[in-house]
Structure formats: structure tokens, C-alpha cells
Design a protein around this ligand. Structure first.
Ligand SMILES: [Zn+2]
Length: 255
């Protein structure tokens, strides 16, 4: 992008995370792009009926977009405009009509946005994770809740917060270990257990380990009660990091 305060065009492909109304006919589109991280841009006239341009810019769509930016930055003096859009993969077509897929997919888009809280900063791993997860979700090969949990665990891992489901997260004692602590980073042994540690069922821990490593054969055959328990642990772990870890650690790194 030009740094001279002039006009610039740039092209990137990305997933539409969110759209918001802007005025009578326009929308603000939030995308997670391959090369520019999270980008917000204005799409003009997309709310008019029969706008093919607008139909492409719906959540879950993988699109190729040409942006037109004024000034030297993505953010600052006005948002860039989407000037051309081409659909690469309309994942939403196979997601929005199915309640389970839709709720799982929506949680993915929201999480991807939370994990990329600096606009214009590339996060290729997060981007690739999201594309892979939406493709899997749209294909319907696995239960939507499992696809979501796999995505959440891997998002934590690429963010630097990979939970341990086997070896002790504190001392490395080979697992399986009996206790699990959000604060300690996952499984912990009897010596390293901290107040607030829980004792998950071995089946739930096995499932979570399988989701993290992509062992779908194990994950698909998990018992429903282990799926529910595992999902609760993933959710608790994610929120623990989103509320405390991500913010404070990022502050430490950048301070
Ligand atoms: Zn230990």
C-alpha cells in the first residue's frame, strides 16, 4: 500500500466475517484476508435488490476482492472501498440452511475476529484454519460441533495457547494425567494440580487430543457424553484466554 497519502488499489482474498448496514444502500464488510489480516471495507449499493455484488459479500463466503484505499493505511482516514468482488467458494450456501452448521459457523467467524484484533496485520495461520474449518463444515463430513471445537482448539494453538491433553502442562510428566486446569494450560499431574483443577473423563480428554491433532477417526466415534464434556472444556478454555490470557499476554509482548 502506498504511504504517500494518495490513492491505492490492492487485491486480496478473504472470508467475509460480518456485514453491517451503512446508510440506505451500503454495507461495511469485515473480512479476514490472506495478506492483510482483518480488513473492514465499504461496499456501495449492495443492499439494492438483485445486487450480485452484494450477494457475494455474505458471511462465510470466500471471495477475491479489489480494494480501493485513500490515504496510507487501511484504517484511519476512511475505510477502503470494495470495488470488485469474485466468489472463490460460497461456503454459506451449505451452511446457513442447517441450524447446527450455522451456529457452529457463526461461532467460528466470531472467534476468528476475536483472534485477529489488529486490523491490517496478517495472520495467515488463522486465515488458513478458518478456510479449512468452513470447507469441512460445508461438506458435512463431521458433526458441526466437533468441527467447531477442532477449530477453536487449533485457533488457541496458533495463538500460542495450545492446551495439553496428555502430558502435564507444568512439569511434562507423560500422560494421561488426571487433573485439568485452565490456568495451568491443560492436563496437570497430581503434584502440579492447582486449586480449581477439574477431573475430566479420560474419554473427553482423548477426544480433545484427537480434535487438536486432526484424528477424525477417534473424534467421530466419541460417545455423546464425552463430546458434551469436551465441548464444555473447550469453551471454558477459550473464554479463559479471550478474557484474560490473550489481552494480558499481548500487552506483555508488545510492552
Ligand atoms: Zn506435573
Amino acid at each position: 500500500m502506498g504511504q504517500n497519502g494518495g490513492m491505492s488499489l490492492f487485491r486480496d482474498d478473504g472470508i467475509v466475517l460480518r456485514t453491517q448496514k451503512l446508510g440506505e444502500a451500503d454495507r461495511i464488510i469485515t473480512l479476514l484476508t490472506r495478506g492483510h489480516g482483518r480488513v473492514r471495507a465499504v461496499a456501495r449499493g449492495v443492499r439494492r435488490t438483485k445486487s450480485k455484488f452484494g450477494a457475494r459479500l455474505e458471511p462465510f463466503s470466500h471471495v477475491d476482492v479489489q480494494f480501493f484505499a485513500r490515504g496510507s493505511a487501511l484504517i484511519g482516514r476512511g475505510l477502503p472501498l470494495c470495488t470488485q468482488t469474485e466468489t472463490i467458494a460460497p461456503y454459506g450456501r451449505h451452511i446457513v440452511d442447517d441450524y447446527g452448521r450455522y451456529t457452529a459457523g457463526t461461532a467460528m467467524l466470531e472467534t476468528a475476529e476475536r483472534f485477529t484484533d489488529h486490523e491490517g496485520e496478517p495472520n495467515v495461520q488463522q486465515y488458513l484454519l478458518l478456510i479449512g474449518a468452513l470447507r469441512t463444515l460445508a461438506a458435512g463430513a463431521h458433526a458441526p460441533g466437533l468441527v467447531l471445537d477442532a477449530f477453536l482448539l487449533r485457533s488457541l494453538a496458533v495463538g500460542g495457547y495450545a492446551p495439553s491433553f496428555e502430558d502435564c502442562a507444568r512439569c511434562g510428566l507423560p500422560g494421561p494425567n488426571r487433573f485439568f486446569s485452565l490456568a495451568a494450560g491443560g492436563s496437570v499431574c497430581g503434584d502440579c494440580r492447582v486449586p480449581g483443577s477439574v477431573v475430566p473423563s479420560p474419554g473427553a480428554l482423548r477426544l480433545l487430543g484427537a480434535l487438536l491433532t486432526g484424528d477424525w477417526e477417534t473424534a467421530d466415534s466419541a460417545e455423546p457424553r464425552h463430546v458434551r464434556e469436551g465441548s464444555g472444556l473447550v469453551s471454558a478454555y477459550l473464554h479463559w484466554h479471550l478474557e484474560r490470557g490473550l489481552r494480558s499476554l499481548r500487552f506483555v509482548e508488545k510492552g
